[in-house]
Design a protein around this ligand. Structure first.
Ligand code: ZN
Length: 385
């Protein structure tokens, strides 16, 4: 029997709807199916994929949350709130994020986006540390922990590098260093799809580039004489822009004051609230009565794996209708042509798994199930060794 190499290739935002419409790699990867996304966005989905657990277990749901007991690592921003307008442009914010991340010793994915400075002073941040390395989701085990314990020769991409670099590093890891298991991370499609999801020709062109890169990689790996199990996975899809809603404006118009009556984090598709006064919850609900969206019930939080006993990520969560973005929000001043993070049941939200090998009876209905498939394959590689 030939030795096997397992390659799991993550393509951010390669949703089922896109895969289906463009017949992405239909020839090379005939085992394919639609997968439920994790409620939230990439920072909820990727830890879920890397651990097989839901956010209320691994602790990662949204980027920002209300600082516990008012102890924000960003409290110094309150002195700079008058300078907020100077730092409002994306590139300047990006540099500022780099600086703050460095000063704080964060090695995770860290971005301040467009969160106003006076808000930052009351908030905390989720992904301070690298979740891809061993211990990165401790006390929950992640993929790197499992691989390290397995004793296999493995390669996990560096998420800070470009996808061209990561394709090449994966090829070298197998062909030159003998890696048996590869987790190849690419995030470029997400940014491209945010801008171009409404242009099918552009999306198709970009997908052709991935098809070519993946086929080149597959050819290089099979040339080693090993059997290559290639599985492409994604975290969610991309929903075209249908409209916007000024949620902060609606709250202000109702006389509600951020920091006094309530604290919120406005992701592009979710508004999460903590109430600072006894009547604030009712007033916020009233103010959003005509907003295009719905409140997420306790039962839904349980179902989606986002039921935090300490309400760390919000005492109440408002989800926008599919395609309608909160604008402006804390992650951007302007809406994008496409966004993810709407209802997991919307057709454009679904993730996808595509493989040249069947799923060994592993039931894959949710992105968390990729982890079970990966750990099963790791077990098989160990037996083979
Ligand atoms: Zn994105």
């Amino acid at each position: 029997m030939k030795n096997t190499v397992e390659v799991f290739l993550f393509v951010d935002a390669l949703g089922w709807e896109i895969v289906r419409r463009h017949k992405f790699l239909a020839d090379l990867l005939p085992y394919r199916q639609r997968v439920d996304m994790q409620f939230g966005y990439s920072c909820s989905a990727i830890p879920t994929i890397l651990s097989g657990e839901r956010p209320d277990k691994h602790g990662h749901f949204c980027l920002f949350y209300k600082a516990v007991d008012g102890k924000s690592p960003f409290s110094f921003f309150k002195y700079f709130r008058w300078l907020n307008f100077l730092f409002d442009r994306g590139r300047v914010r990006h540099q500022l994020s780099k600086l703050v991340g460095k000063l704080k010793g964060y090695d995770g994915y860290f971005q301040l986006y467009t969160v106003p400075f006076d808000h930052l002073a009351k908030l905390d941040y989720c992904e301070k540390h690298d979740i891809f390395v061993p211990g990165g989701l401790a006390p929950v085990n992640n993929l790197a922990d499992v691989l390290l314990a397995s004793g296999l020769n493995y390669h996990i991409s560096n998420w800070r590098k470009s996808e061209i670099y990561n394709f090449e590093a994966a090829r070298k890891a197998v062909t030159e260093d003998g890696a048996e298991f590869v987790f190849l991370y690419t995030a470029g499609f997400d940014g491209f799809a945010h801008d171009n999801i409404t242009d099918d020709a552009l999306i198709g062109g970009r997908l052709k580039w991935y098809e070519q890169k993946i086929k080149e990689l597959y050819a290089a790996l099979t040339a080693t004489g090993k059997e290559v199990h290639l599985t492409v996975i994604s975290d969610h899809g991309m929903t075209p822009l249908k409209g916007t809603f000024d949620l902060a404006g609606a709250l202000a118009a109702a006389g509600l004051v951020w920091g006094k009556d309530f604290i919120s984090c406005l992701d592009a598709t979710l508004a999460r609230f903590w109430f600072e006064k006894p009547d604030a919850a009712d007033r916020v609900v009233n103010a959003l009565k005509r907003a295009p969206g719905k409140w997420i019930s306790k039962g839904q939080c349980k179902f989606y794996g986002i039921d935090f006993a300490d309400h760390r990520y919000g005492e109440a969560i408002f989800l926008m209708d599919a395609g309608v973005q909160i604008s402006p929000c804390d992650l951007g001043r302007k809406p994008l042509n496409g966004m993810h993070g709407f209802s997991p049941e919307d057709k454009d939200s679904y993730a996808a798994i595509l493989s040249n090998t069947d799923f060994d009876k592993v039931q894959i209905s949710h992105v968390a199930d990729y982890f079970r498939l990966m750990t099963r394959r790791i077990g098989q590689l160990k037996e083979q060794a």
